[in-house]
Design a binder for this molecule. Structure first.
Ligand code: HC0
Ligand code: SF4
Length: 573
Protein backbone atom coordinates (compact mmCIF):
# COMPACT_ATOMS: atom_id res chain seq x y z
CA UNK A 1 0.00 0.00 0.00
CA UNK A 2 1.10 3.57 -0.66
CA UNK A 3 0.44 6.65 1.51
CA UNK A 4 -0.05 9.97 -0.24
CA UNK A 5 -1.65 13.37 0.33
CA UNK A 6 -3.95 15.02 -2.21
CA UNK A 7 -5.29 18.54 -1.60
CA UNK A 8 -4.32 18.23 2.11
CA UNK A 9 -6.21 14.93 2.54
CA UNK A 10 -4.31 11.75 3.36
CA UNK A 11 -5.14 8.47 1.64
CA UNK A 12 -3.67 4.97 1.44
CA UNK A 13 -4.12 3.17 -1.88
CA UNK A 14 -2.72 -0.01 -3.47
CA UNK A 15 0.51 0.21 -5.42
CA UNK A 16 -0.05 0.87 -9.11
CA UNK A 17 -3.05 3.15 -8.50
CA UNK A 18 -2.96 6.22 -10.72
CA UNK A 19 -3.08 9.69 -9.18
CA UNK A 20 -6.43 10.23 -10.93
CA UNK A 21 -7.90 7.07 -9.39
CA UNK A 22 -6.59 7.96 -5.92
CA UNK A 23 -8.10 11.45 -6.17
CA UNK A 24 -11.41 9.94 -7.27
CA UNK A 25 -11.46 7.83 -4.12
CA UNK A 26 -11.21 11.04 -2.13
CA UNK A 27 -14.13 12.48 -4.08
CA UNK A 28 -11.92 14.75 -6.17
CA UNK A 29 -12.82 14.34 -9.88
CA UNK A 30 -9.83 15.59 -11.86
CA UNK A 31 -11.02 16.95 -15.24
CA UNK A 32 -9.94 15.00 -18.30
CA UNK A 33 -10.61 14.94 -22.03
CA UNK A 34 -8.70 12.13 -23.72
CA UNK A 35 -8.41 9.52 -20.97
CA UNK A 36 -10.41 6.30 -21.32
CA UNK A 37 -9.57 3.53 -18.89
CA UNK A 38 -7.67 0.63 -20.52
CA UNK A 39 -8.22 2.14 -23.97
CA UNK A 40 -6.63 5.57 -24.15
CA UNK A 41 -4.07 6.22 -21.43
CA UNK A 42 -1.69 8.35 -23.47
CA UNK A 43 -2.08 11.69 -21.67
CA UNK A 44 -2.49 13.51 -24.99
CA UNK A 45 -4.70 16.37 -23.80
CA UNK A 46 -2.84 17.33 -20.58
CA UNK A 47 -6.07 18.61 -19.02
CA UNK A 48 -5.59 16.29 -16.03
CA UNK A 49 -2.31 17.83 -14.81
CA UNK A 50 -1.60 18.13 -11.07
CA UNK A 51 1.18 19.76 -9.05
CA UNK A 52 3.56 17.63 -7.02
CA UNK A 53 5.43 19.14 -4.08
CA UNK A 54 9.14 19.39 -4.81
CA UNK A 55 8.73 19.30 -8.57
CA UNK A 56 8.68 22.22 -10.96
CA UNK A 57 6.84 20.59 -13.83
CA UNK A 58 3.22 19.59 -13.59
CA UNK A 59 2.46 15.92 -14.14
CA UNK A 60 -0.47 14.19 -15.80
CA UNK A 61 -2.62 12.30 -13.32
CA UNK A 62 -4.18 9.73 -15.67
CA UNK A 63 -1.00 7.80 -16.43
CA UNK A 64 1.26 8.48 -13.42
CA UNK A 65 0.98 6.13 -10.49
CA UNK A 66 1.25 7.06 -6.82
CA UNK A 67 4.57 6.86 -4.96
CA UNK A 68 5.03 6.74 -1.18
CA UNK A 69 4.87 10.17 0.45
CA UNK A 70 3.68 12.09 -2.62
CA UNK A 71 2.04 15.43 -1.81
CA UNK A 72 -0.20 16.57 -4.66
CA UNK A 73 -2.43 19.50 -5.50
CA UNK A 74 -5.16 19.19 -8.10
CA UNK A 75 -6.37 22.78 -8.05
CA UNK A 76 -3.42 25.02 -7.14
CA UNK A 77 -3.00 28.40 -8.91
CA UNK A 78 -0.29 26.86 -11.07
CA UNK A 79 -2.53 23.92 -12.03
CA UNK A 80 -5.49 26.20 -12.77
CA UNK A 81 -3.43 28.53 -14.96
CA UNK A 82 -1.91 25.66 -16.91
CA UNK A 83 -5.20 23.84 -17.36
CA UNK A 84 -6.94 27.00 -18.54
CA UNK A 85 -4.24 27.66 -21.10
CA UNK A 86 -4.39 24.06 -22.34
CA UNK A 87 -8.15 24.17 -22.73
CA UNK A 88 -8.04 27.62 -24.38
CA UNK A 89 -5.54 26.27 -26.91
CA UNK A 90 -7.76 23.26 -27.61
CA UNK A 91 -10.76 25.57 -28.02
CA UNK A 92 -8.82 27.70 -30.53
CA UNK A 93 -8.62 24.60 -32.73
CA UNK A 94 -12.20 23.53 -32.16
CA UNK A 95 -15.24 24.83 -33.97
CA UNK A 96 -17.08 26.22 -30.93
CA UNK A 97 -20.50 26.63 -32.56
CA UNK A 98 -22.15 24.83 -29.67
CA UNK A 99 -25.67 25.97 -30.57
CA UNK A 100 -25.61 23.88 -33.74
CA UNK A 101 -23.75 20.86 -32.37
CA UNK A 102 -25.45 17.51 -31.67
CA UNK A 103 -23.32 17.08 -28.58
CA UNK A 104 -24.18 20.44 -27.01
CA UNK A 105 -25.08 19.73 -23.41
CA UNK A 106 -23.34 16.36 -23.62
CA UNK A 107 -19.82 17.45 -24.53
CA UNK A 108 -16.82 16.91 -22.29
CA UNK A 109 -14.93 19.86 -23.77
CA UNK A 110 -17.89 22.15 -23.14
CA UNK A 111 -18.13 20.94 -19.54
CA UNK A 112 -14.40 21.28 -18.89
CA UNK A 113 -14.35 24.80 -20.40
CA UNK A 114 -17.45 25.86 -18.46
CA UNK A 115 -16.08 24.44 -15.21
CA UNK A 116 -12.87 26.41 -15.71
CA UNK A 117 -15.02 29.50 -16.29
CA UNK A 118 -13.38 30.19 -19.64
CA UNK A 119 -15.28 33.07 -21.20
CA UNK A 120 -12.62 34.46 -23.50
CA UNK A 121 -10.28 32.92 -26.02
CA UNK A 122 -6.93 34.69 -26.23
CA UNK A 123 -5.56 32.51 -29.02
CA UNK A 124 -6.28 32.92 -32.72
CA UNK A 125 -8.77 30.39 -34.05
CA UNK A 126 -7.20 27.81 -36.33
CA UNK A 127 -9.63 25.23 -37.67
CA UNK A 128 -8.94 22.26 -39.89
CA UNK A 129 -11.52 21.77 -42.63
CA UNK A 130 -11.16 18.40 -44.33
CA UNK A 131 -13.77 17.25 -46.87
CA UNK A 132 -16.24 14.50 -45.91
CA UNK A 133 -18.91 12.55 -47.76
CA UNK A 134 -22.06 13.74 -45.97
CA UNK A 135 -24.13 10.93 -47.50
CA UNK A 136 -22.19 8.32 -45.51
CA UNK A 137 -23.97 7.15 -42.32
CA UNK A 138 -20.97 8.17 -40.19
CA UNK A 139 -19.95 11.81 -40.28
CA UNK A 140 -16.64 13.31 -39.16
CA UNK A 141 -16.24 17.05 -38.67
CA UNK A 142 -12.51 17.75 -38.69
CA UNK A 143 -13.05 21.26 -37.32
CA UNK A 144 -14.34 19.75 -34.09
CA UNK A 145 -11.68 17.08 -33.63
CA UNK A 146 -9.57 17.64 -30.51
CA UNK A 147 -7.02 14.96 -31.45
CA UNK A 148 -7.62 13.00 -28.29
CA UNK A 149 -7.05 9.75 -30.27
CA UNK A 150 -9.93 7.92 -28.64
CA UNK A 151 -11.45 6.96 -32.01
CA UNK A 152 -8.13 5.53 -33.15
CA UNK A 153 -7.70 3.52 -29.96
CA UNK A 154 -11.28 2.20 -29.77
CA UNK A 155 -11.15 1.10 -33.40
CA UNK A 156 -7.70 -0.49 -32.90
CA UNK A 157 -8.01 -2.05 -29.48
CA UNK A 158 -11.68 -2.96 -29.18
CA UNK A 159 -12.75 -3.45 -32.79
CA UNK A 160 -9.40 -4.39 -34.34
CA UNK A 161 -10.29 -2.56 -37.56
CA UNK A 162 -7.77 0.33 -37.68
CA UNK A 163 -9.97 2.71 -39.67
CA UNK A 164 -8.61 5.85 -38.02
CA UNK A 165 -5.00 6.99 -37.92
CA UNK A 166 -2.82 10.01 -37.32
CA UNK A 167 -1.81 11.88 -40.42
CA UNK A 168 0.91 14.53 -40.88
CA UNK A 169 3.41 15.37 -38.16
CA UNK A 170 4.24 18.06 -35.61
CA UNK A 171 1.76 20.91 -35.24
CA UNK A 172 -0.10 19.69 -38.34
CA UNK A 173 -0.70 16.23 -36.95
CA UNK A 174 -4.32 15.29 -37.15
CA UNK A 175 -6.70 12.34 -37.23
CA UNK A 176 -8.22 10.97 -40.39
CA UNK A 177 -9.18 7.77 -42.14
CA UNK A 178 -5.92 5.79 -42.53
CA UNK A 179 -3.90 6.64 -45.61
CA UNK A 180 -6.08 9.75 -46.04
CA UNK A 181 -8.64 7.62 -47.85
CA UNK A 182 -12.34 8.24 -48.18
CA UNK A 183 -14.40 6.56 -45.46
CA UNK A 184 -16.56 4.84 -48.07
CA UNK A 185 -13.47 3.17 -49.54
CA UNK A 186 -12.28 1.47 -46.35
CA UNK A 187 -13.69 -1.41 -44.32
CA UNK A 188 -15.56 0.62 -41.69
CA UNK A 189 -18.07 -1.68 -39.99
CA UNK A 190 -20.24 1.32 -39.08
CA UNK A 191 -20.45 0.01 -35.51
CA UNK A 192 -20.31 3.63 -34.33
CA UNK A 193 -18.07 2.88 -31.33
CA UNK A 194 -15.85 5.80 -32.36
CA UNK A 195 -18.90 8.06 -32.06
CA UNK A 196 -19.88 6.90 -28.59
CA UNK A 197 -16.29 7.29 -27.39
CA UNK A 198 -15.69 10.75 -28.92
CA UNK A 199 -15.68 13.34 -26.12
CA UNK A 200 -16.96 16.08 -28.47
CA UNK A 201 -19.11 16.34 -31.59
CA UNK A 202 -16.38 15.49 -34.11
CA UNK A 203 -18.06 12.18 -34.91
CA UNK A 204 -21.77 11.61 -35.26
CA UNK A 205 -24.37 9.72 -37.27
CA UNK A 206 -25.85 11.21 -40.44
CA UNK A 207 -28.93 13.02 -39.26
CA UNK A 208 -32.01 11.59 -41.00
CA UNK A 209 -34.69 13.21 -38.85
CA UNK A 210 -35.76 15.66 -41.58
CA UNK A 211 -36.57 12.77 -43.92
CA UNK A 212 -38.97 11.42 -41.31
CA UNK A 213 -40.54 14.82 -40.71
CA UNK A 214 -41.06 15.13 -44.49
CA UNK A 215 -42.69 11.69 -44.70
CA UNK A 216 -44.98 12.53 -41.78
CA UNK A 217 -46.02 15.74 -43.55
CA UNK A 218 -46.63 13.92 -46.85
CA UNK A 219 -50.38 13.12 -46.98
CA UNK A 220 -49.81 10.32 -49.50
CA UNK A 221 -47.49 8.39 -47.20
CA UNK A 222 -48.53 6.04 -44.44
CA UNK A 223 -45.66 6.21 -41.95
CA UNK A 224 -45.05 2.94 -40.12
CA UNK A 225 -42.39 2.77 -37.40
CA UNK A 226 -40.67 -0.01 -35.48
CA UNK A 227 -38.53 0.26 -32.35
CA UNK A 228 -35.60 -2.10 -31.69
CA UNK A 229 -35.26 -4.10 -28.48
CA UNK A 230 -32.22 -2.23 -27.14
CA UNK A 231 -33.74 1.25 -27.56
CA UNK A 232 -36.13 0.73 -24.62
CA UNK A 233 -33.19 0.14 -22.31
CA UNK A 234 -31.50 3.45 -23.09
CA UNK A 235 -33.73 6.15 -24.62
CA UNK A 236 -34.78 7.60 -21.25
CA UNK A 237 -31.17 8.31 -20.28
CA UNK A 238 -31.10 11.30 -22.59
CA UNK A 239 -34.49 12.62 -21.46
CA UNK A 240 -34.08 12.41 -17.71
CA UNK A 241 -36.36 9.39 -17.29
CA UNK A 242 -35.48 6.57 -14.89
CA UNK A 243 -35.30 2.99 -16.23
CA UNK A 244 -38.69 2.24 -14.67
CA UNK A 245 -40.26 5.34 -16.27
CA UNK A 246 -38.71 4.88 -19.72
CA UNK A 247 -41.00 2.14 -21.01
CA UNK A 248 -41.43 0.93 -24.58
CA UNK A 249 -45.09 2.04 -24.35
CA UNK A 250 -43.95 5.64 -23.92
CA UNK A 251 -41.76 5.41 -27.02
CA UNK A 252 -44.87 4.29 -28.91
CA UNK A 253 -46.78 7.26 -27.49
CA UNK A 254 -44.04 9.67 -28.47
CA UNK A 255 -43.94 8.32 -32.05
CA UNK A 256 -47.72 8.77 -32.36
CA UNK A 257 -47.40 12.30 -31.01
CA UNK A 258 -44.71 13.00 -33.62
CA UNK A 259 -47.30 12.04 -36.24
CA UNK A 260 -46.34 8.45 -37.09
CA UNK A 261 -49.41 6.53 -38.32
CA UNK A 262 -48.68 3.00 -37.06
CA UNK A 263 -46.20 1.93 -34.38
CA UNK A 264 -44.69 -1.49 -33.80
CA UNK A 265 -42.06 -3.20 -31.70
CA UNK A 266 -39.16 -4.98 -33.46
CA UNK A 267 -39.50 -7.79 -30.93
CA UNK A 268 -42.34 -9.05 -33.17
CA UNK A 269 -39.93 -9.57 -36.06
CA UNK A 270 -37.18 -10.80 -33.72
CA UNK A 271 -39.61 -13.65 -33.01
CA UNK A 272 -40.15 -14.05 -36.74
CA UNK A 273 -36.38 -14.19 -37.24
CA UNK A 274 -36.15 -16.99 -34.69
CA UNK A 275 -38.78 -18.96 -36.63
CA UNK A 276 -36.82 -18.58 -39.87
CA UNK A 277 -33.27 -18.76 -38.54
CA UNK A 278 -34.07 -21.51 -36.01
CA UNK A 279 -35.56 -23.69 -38.73
CA UNK A 280 -32.71 -22.87 -41.07
CA UNK A 281 -30.20 -23.89 -38.40
CA UNK A 282 -31.96 -27.17 -37.67
CA UNK A 283 -32.10 -27.92 -41.38
CA UNK A 284 -28.38 -27.24 -41.82
CA UNK A 285 -27.55 -29.07 -38.60
CA UNK A 286 -29.52 -32.23 -39.31
CA UNK A 287 -28.43 -32.35 -42.95
CA UNK A 288 -24.87 -32.31 -41.64
CA UNK A 289 -23.69 -29.66 -44.05
CA UNK A 290 -20.28 -29.70 -42.43
CA UNK A 291 -18.68 -27.18 -44.69
CA UNK A 292 -21.28 -24.68 -43.57
CA UNK A 293 -20.50 -25.11 -39.88
CA UNK A 294 -20.68 -23.10 -37.86
CA UNK A 295 -23.71 -21.19 -39.03
CA UNK A 296 -23.29 -17.52 -38.08
CA UNK A 297 -26.15 -15.22 -37.11
CA UNK A 298 -26.88 -12.50 -39.65
CA UNK A 299 -28.82 -9.83 -37.76
CA UNK A 300 -26.00 -7.40 -36.94
CA UNK A 301 -25.07 -5.29 -39.98
CA UNK A 302 -21.78 -4.24 -38.35
CA UNK A 303 -20.80 -7.90 -38.25
CA UNK A 304 -22.03 -8.44 -41.83
CA UNK A 305 -19.84 -5.57 -43.06
CA UNK A 306 -16.94 -7.01 -41.05
CA UNK A 307 -17.20 -10.58 -42.36
CA UNK A 308 -17.65 -9.38 -45.95
CA UNK A 309 -14.50 -7.27 -45.82
CA UNK A 310 -12.30 -9.40 -43.54
CA UNK A 311 -13.39 -13.00 -44.16
CA UNK A 312 -15.33 -13.04 -47.45
CA UNK A 313 -14.85 -16.78 -47.84
CA UNK A 314 -16.98 -17.32 -44.71
CA UNK A 315 -19.99 -15.39 -46.06
CA UNK A 316 -21.79 -18.61 -47.18
CA UNK A 317 -21.83 -19.63 -43.52
CA UNK A 318 -24.06 -16.73 -42.58
CA UNK A 319 -27.70 -17.48 -41.96
CA UNK A 320 -29.67 -16.25 -44.96
CA UNK A 321 -32.30 -14.77 -42.65
CA UNK A 322 -32.66 -11.00 -42.94
CA UNK A 323 -32.36 -9.11 -39.66
CA UNK A 324 -35.53 -8.34 -37.67
CA UNK A 325 -35.33 -4.74 -38.92
CA UNK A 326 -35.38 -5.82 -42.55
CA UNK A 327 -37.94 -8.59 -42.04
CA UNK A 328 -40.28 -6.12 -40.38
CA UNK A 329 -39.89 -3.67 -43.26
CA UNK A 330 -40.76 -6.42 -45.76
CA UNK A 331 -43.78 -7.49 -43.69
CA UNK A 332 -44.96 -3.88 -43.31
CA UNK A 333 -44.84 -3.26 -47.06
CA UNK A 334 -46.66 -6.51 -47.95
CA UNK A 335 -48.81 -8.25 -45.33
CA UNK A 336 -49.55 -5.11 -43.34
CA UNK A 337 -49.99 -2.86 -46.40
CA UNK A 338 -52.46 -5.39 -47.82
CA UNK A 339 -54.39 -5.48 -44.54
CA UNK A 340 -54.94 -1.72 -44.56
CA UNK A 341 -55.48 -1.53 -48.33
CA UNK A 342 -52.40 0.56 -49.16
CA UNK A 343 -49.86 -0.01 -51.96
CA UNK A 344 -46.29 -0.96 -50.83
CA UNK A 345 -44.89 2.24 -52.36
CA UNK A 346 -47.18 4.38 -50.21
CA UNK A 347 -45.91 2.80 -47.00
CA UNK A 348 -42.96 4.69 -45.49
CA UNK A 349 -41.03 2.50 -43.06
CA UNK A 350 -39.01 4.04 -40.24
CA UNK A 351 -36.97 2.16 -37.71
CA UNK A 352 -35.57 3.40 -34.45
CA UNK A 353 -32.37 1.54 -33.74
CA UNK A 354 -29.47 1.69 -31.28
CA UNK A 355 -27.26 1.34 -34.31
CA UNK A 356 -25.46 3.32 -37.02
CA UNK A 357 -24.83 0.31 -39.27
CA UNK A 358 -28.59 -0.16 -39.65
CA UNK A 359 -28.55 3.03 -41.74
CA UNK A 360 -26.46 1.09 -44.26
CA UNK A 361 -28.40 -2.15 -43.93
CA UNK A 362 -31.69 -0.45 -44.79
CA UNK A 363 -30.78 -0.32 -48.49
CA UNK A 364 -31.62 -4.02 -48.83
CA UNK A 365 -34.03 -4.42 -51.73
CA UNK A 366 -37.54 -5.74 -51.49
CA UNK A 367 -39.18 -7.73 -54.26
CA UNK A 368 -42.88 -8.38 -54.00
CA UNK A 369 -43.87 -9.66 -57.38
CA UNK A 370 -41.78 -6.83 -58.74
CA UNK A 371 -39.27 -4.42 -57.22
CA UNK A 372 -41.00 -2.67 -54.32
CA UNK A 373 -38.24 -0.38 -53.05
CA UNK A 374 -36.26 -0.94 -49.88
CA UNK A 375 -37.49 -2.83 -46.85
CA UNK A 376 -36.79 0.23 -44.74
CA UNK A 377 -36.96 3.86 -45.83
CA UNK A 378 -35.26 5.61 -42.93
CA UNK A 379 -33.33 4.50 -39.87
CA UNK A 380 -33.08 6.74 -36.84
CA UNK A 381 -30.68 6.11 -33.99
CA UNK A 382 -31.88 6.27 -30.39
CA UNK A 383 -30.17 9.67 -30.23
CA UNK A 384 -32.10 10.95 -33.24
CA UNK A 385 -35.38 9.78 -31.71
CA UNK A 386 -34.67 11.77 -28.55
CA UNK A 387 -33.79 14.81 -30.69
CA UNK A 388 -37.14 14.50 -32.50
CA UNK A 389 -38.98 14.26 -29.19
CA UNK A 390 -37.21 17.39 -27.99
CA UNK A 391 -37.81 19.29 -31.21
CA UNK A 392 -41.52 18.45 -31.03
CA UNK A 393 -41.49 19.98 -27.52
CA UNK A 394 -42.91 16.84 -26.00
CA UNK A 395 -42.53 16.86 -22.24
CA UNK A 396 -41.34 13.32 -21.40
CA UNK A 397 -43.25 13.48 -18.12
CA UNK A 398 -46.53 13.64 -20.06
CA UNK A 399 -45.94 10.46 -22.08
CA UNK A 400 -48.35 7.58 -21.46
CA UNK A 401 -47.97 3.86 -22.08
CA UNK A 402 -49.44 3.02 -25.44
CA UNK A 403 -49.77 -0.41 -27.03
CA UNK A 404 -48.52 -1.24 -30.50
CA UNK A 405 -51.03 -1.27 -33.31
CA UNK A 406 -52.94 -4.45 -34.15
CA UNK A 407 -51.85 -7.25 -36.43
CA UNK A 408 -48.23 -7.19 -35.25
CA UNK A 409 -48.75 -6.18 -31.67
CA UNK A 410 -47.05 -8.96 -29.76
CA UNK A 411 -43.39 -9.58 -29.01
CA UNK A 412 -41.98 -12.20 -26.70
CA UNK A 413 -39.37 -11.90 -23.96
CA UNK A 414 -37.13 -13.96 -26.26
CA UNK A 415 -37.41 -11.13 -28.81
CA UNK A 416 -36.60 -8.51 -26.19
CA UNK A 417 -33.27 -10.10 -25.23
CA UNK A 418 -32.07 -9.86 -28.84
CA UNK A 419 -30.74 -6.47 -27.79
CA UNK A 420 -28.12 -7.96 -25.45
CA UNK A 421 -25.19 -10.18 -26.37
CA UNK A 422 -26.25 -13.83 -26.18
CA UNK A 423 -29.92 -12.95 -26.58
CA UNK A 424 -30.34 -14.16 -30.16
CA UNK A 425 -28.68 -17.48 -29.28
CA UNK A 426 -30.80 -17.94 -26.15
CA UNK A 427 -34.01 -17.14 -28.01
CA UNK A 428 -33.03 -19.54 -30.81
CA UNK A 429 -32.21 -22.36 -28.39
CA UNK A 430 -35.53 -21.92 -26.58
CA UNK A 431 -37.41 -22.42 -29.85
CA UNK A 432 -35.04 -25.06 -31.25
CA UNK A 433 -35.80 -27.14 -28.16
CA UNK A 434 -39.50 -26.91 -28.93
CA UNK A 435 -39.04 -27.64 -32.62
CA UNK A 436 -36.97 -30.74 -31.90
CA UNK A 437 -38.75 -32.19 -28.86
CA UNK A 438 -42.26 -30.76 -29.23
CA UNK A 439 -42.02 -29.46 -25.67
CA UNK A 440 -41.06 -26.12 -24.21
CA UNK A 441 -37.93 -26.03 -22.07
CA UNK A 442 -37.76 -23.98 -18.88
CA UNK A 443 -37.50 -20.47 -20.38
CA UNK A 444 -34.25 -19.92 -18.45
CA UNK A 445 -32.79 -23.31 -19.38
CA UNK A 446 -30.20 -21.77 -21.70
CA UNK A 447 -29.11 -18.78 -19.65
CA UNK A 448 -25.60 -20.18 -19.75
CA UNK A 449 -25.15 -18.20 -23.00
CA UNK A 450 -25.73 -14.86 -21.22
CA UNK A 451 -22.57 -12.88 -20.84
CA UNK A 452 -21.64 -12.25 -17.21
CA UNK A 453 -19.42 -9.34 -18.17
CA UNK A 454 -21.20 -8.05 -21.29
CA UNK A 455 -18.83 -8.12 -24.16
CA UNK A 456 -15.51 -9.02 -22.62
CA UNK A 457 -15.00 -12.30 -24.43
CA UNK A 458 -16.52 -15.43 -25.85
CA UNK A 459 -19.20 -17.53 -24.20
CA UNK A 460 -19.18 -21.18 -25.16
CA UNK A 461 -21.86 -23.72 -24.37
CA UNK A 462 -22.67 -27.30 -25.26
CA UNK A 463 -26.41 -27.63 -25.17
CA UNK A 464 -28.34 -30.88 -25.33
CA UNK A 465 -31.61 -30.76 -27.24
CA UNK A 466 -33.32 -34.11 -27.65
CA UNK A 467 -30.55 -36.46 -28.78
CA UNK A 468 -28.39 -33.73 -30.23
CA UNK A 469 -25.58 -31.76 -28.66
CA UNK A 470 -25.26 -28.27 -30.11
CA UNK A 471 -21.96 -26.48 -29.70
CA UNK A 472 -22.79 -22.82 -29.42
CA UNK A 473 -20.64 -19.71 -29.09
CA UNK A 474 -21.54 -16.08 -28.48
CA UNK A 475 -19.21 -13.15 -29.05
CA UNK A 476 -19.49 -9.38 -29.13
CA UNK A 477 -16.98 -6.72 -30.12
CA UNK A 478 -15.12 -7.13 -33.41
CA UNK A 479 -11.70 -7.59 -31.81
CA UNK A 480 -13.08 -10.55 -29.87
CA UNK A 481 -14.77 -11.75 -33.06
CA UNK A 482 -11.54 -11.73 -35.04
CA UNK A 483 -9.86 -13.85 -32.36
CA UNK A 484 -12.76 -16.31 -32.39
CA UNK A 485 -12.74 -16.63 -36.16
CA UNK A 486 -8.99 -17.19 -36.22
CA UNK A 487 -9.46 -19.97 -33.65
CA UNK A 488 -12.21 -21.54 -35.78
CA UNK A 489 -10.09 -21.24 -38.92
CA UNK A 490 -7.11 -22.87 -37.19
CA UNK A 491 -9.27 -25.76 -36.05
CA UNK A 492 -8.70 -24.92 -32.38
CA UNK A 493 -12.44 -24.72 -31.64
CA UNK A 494 -15.51 -26.31 -33.22
CA UNK A 495 -18.99 -24.89 -33.12
CA UNK A 496 -22.33 -25.48 -34.79
CA UNK A 497 -23.91 -22.09 -34.21
CA UNK A 498 -22.23 -18.76 -33.47
CA UNK A 499 -23.88 -15.45 -32.56
CA UNK A 500 -21.87 -12.33 -33.37
CA UNK A 501 -22.68 -8.75 -32.42
CA UNK A 502 -20.26 -6.01 -33.47
CA UNK A 503 -20.71 -3.77 -30.45
CA UNK A 504 -19.35 -4.79 -27.05
CA UNK A 505 -22.29 -6.13 -25.06
CA UNK A 506 -24.52 -6.27 -28.16
CA UNK A 507 -26.99 -3.62 -29.29
CA UNK A 508 -27.48 -2.27 -25.79
CA UNK A 509 -23.95 -0.92 -26.21
CA UNK A 510 -24.67 0.15 -29.80
CA UNK A 511 -23.11 3.08 -31.60
CA UNK A 512 -26.45 4.90 -31.84
CA UNK A 513 -27.24 4.87 -28.13
CA UNK A 514 -27.12 7.88 -25.77
CA UNK A 515 -23.55 8.84 -24.89
CA UNK A 516 -22.15 8.97 -21.38
CA UNK A 517 -18.52 9.90 -21.70
CA UNK A 518 -16.27 7.15 -20.40
CA UNK A 519 -19.12 5.17 -18.88
CA UNK A 520 -19.98 1.80 -20.39
CA UNK A 521 -23.67 1.10 -19.78
CA UNK A 522 -24.19 -2.07 -21.84
CA UNK A 523 -24.30 -4.14 -18.68
CA UNK A 524 -27.02 -2.13 -16.91
CA UNK A 525 -29.09 -1.85 -20.08
CA UNK A 526 -28.69 -5.58 -20.76
CA UNK A 527 -29.86 -6.45 -17.25
CA UNK A 528 -32.91 -4.30 -17.95
CA UNK A 529 -33.75 -6.42 -21.02
CA UNK A 530 -33.36 -9.67 -19.05
CA UNK A 531 -35.67 -8.23 -16.40
CA UNK A 532 -38.27 -7.44 -19.07
CA UNK A 533 -37.95 -10.99 -20.47
CA UNK A 534 -38.37 -12.53 -17.01
CA UNK A 535 -41.62 -10.62 -16.57
CA UNK A 536 -42.97 -11.07 -20.09
CA UNK A 537 -46.26 -12.89 -20.68
CA UNK A 538 -44.80 -14.78 -23.65
CA UNK A 539 -41.22 -16.02 -23.42
CA UNK A 540 -40.95 -18.15 -26.56
CA UNK A 541 -40.81 -16.80 -30.10
CA UNK A 542 -42.82 -19.76 -31.39
CA UNK A 543 -45.69 -18.77 -29.09
CA UNK A 544 -46.06 -15.25 -30.50
CA UNK A 545 -49.72 -15.36 -31.68
CA UNK A 546 -49.23 -12.58 -34.23
CA UNK A 547 -46.26 -14.37 -35.78
CA UNK A 548 -48.29 -17.59 -35.96
CA UNK A 549 -51.14 -15.65 -37.60
CA UNK A 550 -48.72 -14.16 -40.13
CA UNK A 551 -47.69 -17.68 -41.15
CA UNK A 552 -51.27 -18.87 -41.24
CA UNK A 553 -52.67 -15.98 -43.26
CA UNK A 554 -49.75 -15.00 -45.45
CA UNK A 555 -46.30 -16.54 -45.12
CA UNK A 556 -47.49 -20.19 -45.04
CA UNK A 557 -44.68 -21.69 -42.96
CA UNK A 558 -41.07 -21.02 -42.00
CA UNK A 559 -38.77 -21.30 -45.01
CA UNK A 560 -41.71 -21.34 -47.46
CA UNK A 561 -41.12 -19.89 -50.91
CA UNK A 562 -42.79 -16.64 -49.86
CA UNK A 563 -40.71 -16.51 -46.69
CA UNK A 564 -37.58 -16.99 -48.75
CA UNK A 565 -38.57 -14.17 -51.09
CA UNK A 566 -39.42 -11.70 -48.34
CA UNK A 567 -37.50 -12.71 -45.25
CA UNK A 568 -34.19 -14.05 -46.54
CA UNK A 569 -31.36 -12.53 -48.52
CA UNK A 570 -28.31 -13.55 -50.46
CA UNK A 571 -25.35 -12.08 -48.57
CA UNK A 572 -23.11 -12.82 -51.55
CA UNK A 573 -25.07 -10.47 -53.76
FE1 HC0 B 1 -30.34 -4.96 -32.57
FE2 HC0 B 1 -31.72 -6.64 -33.84
S1 HC0 B 1 -31.04 -6.91 -31.68
S2 HC0 B 1 -29.60 -6.11 -34.38
O1 HC0 B 1 -28.81 -5.28 -31.88
O2 HC0 B 1 -31.37 -9.38 -34.55
O3 HC0 B 1 -29.82 -2.42 -33.94
O4 HC0 B 1 -31.81 -3.72 -30.31
O5 HC0 B 1 -32.99 -4.20 -33.64
O6 HC0 B 1 -32.69 -6.04 -36.63
O7 HC0 B 1 -34.42 -7.37 -33.01
C1 HC0 B 1 -29.99 -3.32 -33.35
C2 HC0 B 1 -31.17 -4.09 -31.15
C3 HC0 B 1 -32.12 -4.88 -33.43
C4 HC0 B 1 -32.37 -6.32 -35.59
C5 HC0 B 1 -33.46 -7.10 -33.35
C6 HC0 B 1 -31.48 -8.36 -34.30
FE1 SF4 C 1 -25.69 -2.33 -34.69
FE2 SF4 C 1 -26.23 -3.90 -32.66
FE3 SF4 C 1 -24.52 -4.68 -34.50
FE4 SF4 C 1 -23.85 -2.71 -32.88
S1 SF4 C 1 -24.24 -4.85 -32.27
S2 SF4 C 1 -23.53 -2.75 -35.10
S3 SF4 C 1 -25.82 -1.72 -32.55
S4 SF4 C 1 -26.71 -4.31 -34.79
Amino acid sequence: MVNITIDNQKITVPEGTTIMEAAKELGIPIPKLCYLKDINEIAACRVCVVEMEGMDQLITSCNNVVKEGMVLYTNSPKVRADRRKTVQLILSQHDCKCATCVRSGNCTLQTVANDLNIIDLPFKEKLERAPWDKTFPLIRDSAKCVKCMRCIQVCDKIQDLHIWDMSSTGSRSTVNVYGNRKISEVSCSLCGQCITHCPVGALRERDDTEKVWDAIADKKKVVVAQVAPAVRAAWGEALGLSREEATIGKIMDSLKRLGVDYVFDTTFSADLTIMEEGNEFLERFTKGELKLRPMFTSCCPGWIRFIKSQYPHLVPQLSTAKSPQQMFGAVMKTYFAQSIGVKPEDIYTVSVMPCVAKKGERNMELYYGEYAGNDIDTVLTTRELTRMIRSAHIDPATLKDRECDPLMKEGSGAGVIFGATGGVMEAALRSAHYLVTGKNPDPDAFKIVRSPAFGTGVIEAEVTIGDAVIRAAVVSGLGNTRKLIEAIEHGEVHYDFVEVMACPGGCVGGGGQPIHDGEELAHVRGENLYFLDKNADIRFSHENPDVLKLYEDFMEKPLSHKAHMLLHTDHNA
